[in-house]
Ligand binder design. Structure first.
Ligand SMILES: Nc1ncnc2c1ncn2[C@@H]1O[C@H](COP(=O)(O)OP(=O)(O)OP(=O)(O)O)[C@@H](O)[C@H]1O
Ligand SMILES: [Mg+2]
Length: 346
């Protein structure tokens, strides 16, 4: 590693994660995730149904497991069932089990997931993909805590705690007539909306650090840092696959990368293309007729935010980085009305 290469300077060394940033292996420094951690702790104490909503890769599965782990049900099973991936015909017997002879091939009794989750938690993933028929049966478990095995007539009691998840807008599905309204209200007792990664960009450096450490431990990785320029590209990307996409990129880098620092050219091309487009767009906006002083102010504001983020909003250090007096920085922060929290979702 040499400091004569400008891209190597100001590199972001994997950060030591403060304890409040990591909750049961889930990273979340910003207020959105911190709020969710507090909810998880609170709901762990009761048996209320939890509904997790969020785009793919935002951590619904991770939160569902954390709810189970934080509760006193953690000595019993956490049973997951993916309603979207399980063939329609199989789903009912997967849920409730069946009696011998219930259908061709049912040569012995089978225990369903609701029975397996006795005393524990059942995670109904992609619940928006369930058929109308099954929706009725799940509603009955939620309301009366009971069901029958397929082909059976004995009523079985269920005490499993239900955590459900979907990436769909279930309210819209209700309006379209695809999802039962009564089941919707029964599920949405405590809804938790997971933010997209784009909405919580300040978490990106912490996630990068966490995954570098996590994968690095397994393969004895060379990587010790991410260059400033590479981090900027990671921050500018829109992350349609959310945390999963970031995690996969870091895993690939850890396995394949052979030097100590990640540079822009080491990142996937689509990230670099999007970064160039963002930069281009900023220039074009100015070409559209923005006034000189507005453009200068915008640039100044962006520079200040970047220095503050880099120094975790420690004004002394940010002022040193910008080579201005602390008082000047404070005055500018006031003028632009900058606040740590409001900038988090930028
Ligand atoms: N906040 C986080 N901290 C650490 N790892 C995370 C975080 N959020 C997600 N991950 C990781 O990203 C991956 C995707 O998360 P998860 O499977 O929970 O997402 P999901 O919302 O259930 O996605 P899908 O809708 O596609 O099932 C997992 O490997 C998970 O460990
Ligand atoms: Mg999932």
């Amino acid at each position: 590693m040499t400091d004569s290469n400008p891209q190597m300077r100001n590199k972001i060394i994997p950060i030591k994660l403060p304890s409040q940033v990591i909750f049961k292996d889930i990273i979340g420094q910003g207020s959105a995730m911190q709020r969710i951690f507090r909810i998880v702790e609170k709901v762990a104490e009761c048996d209320t149904t939890i509904m997790l909503n969020g785009e793919t890769g935002t951590g619904k599965g991770l939160i569902a497991r954390a709810i189970h782990e934080a509760s006193d049900r953690n000595g019993n099973s956490f049973i997951q069932i993916n309603c979207g991936a399980t063939p329609e015909g199989l789903l009912e017997s997967e849920f409730f089990g069946y009696r011998r002879g219930a259908f061709t091939g049912a040569t012995s009794d089978k225990v369903g997931k609701f029975e397996m989750a006795k005393g524990g938690t059942i995670f109904l993933d992609e619940i928006g993909d369930m058929s109308a028929d099954l929706q009725v049966k799940v509603l009955r478990v939620l309301e009366e805590g009971e069901f029958e095995r397929v082909g059976g007539n004995q009523t079985i009691k269920s005490d499993a705690r239900i955590v459900a998840a979907t990436h769909r807008d279930l309210e819209e599905e209700v309006q379209k007539g695809n999802f039962r309204e009564d089941l919707f209200y029964r599920l949405y007792v405590i809804p938790i909306m997971l933010p997209t990664l784009k909405e919580r960009k300040s978490d990106i450096p912490f996630l990068v650090s966490h995954f570098l450490e996590q994968f690095g431990r397994k393969v004895d990785s060379q990587i010790v840092a991410v260059s400033d320029a590479a981090m900027k590209i990671l921050m500018n990307y829109s992350w349609p696959g959310n945390v999963r996409e970031l995690k996969n990129i870091i895993e690939r880098l850890v396995v394949l990368h052979e030097s100590e620092t990640i540079l822009p050219e080491d990142l996937p091309e689509k990230l670099r293309i999007e970064n160039d487009r963002v930069a281009q767009h900023k220039l074009e906006a100015r070409g559209d007729g923005i006034s000189f002083s507005t453009a200068v102010n915008e640039f100044e504001k962006a520079l200040i935010i970047s220095a503050l983020e880099k120094t975790n909003w420690i004004k002394n250090r940010a002022a040193q980085l910008l080579k201005i007096k602390r008082t000047t920085l404070v005055e500018k922060i006031k003028r632009y009305n900058l606040e740590k929290d409001s900038e988090e979702d930028r």
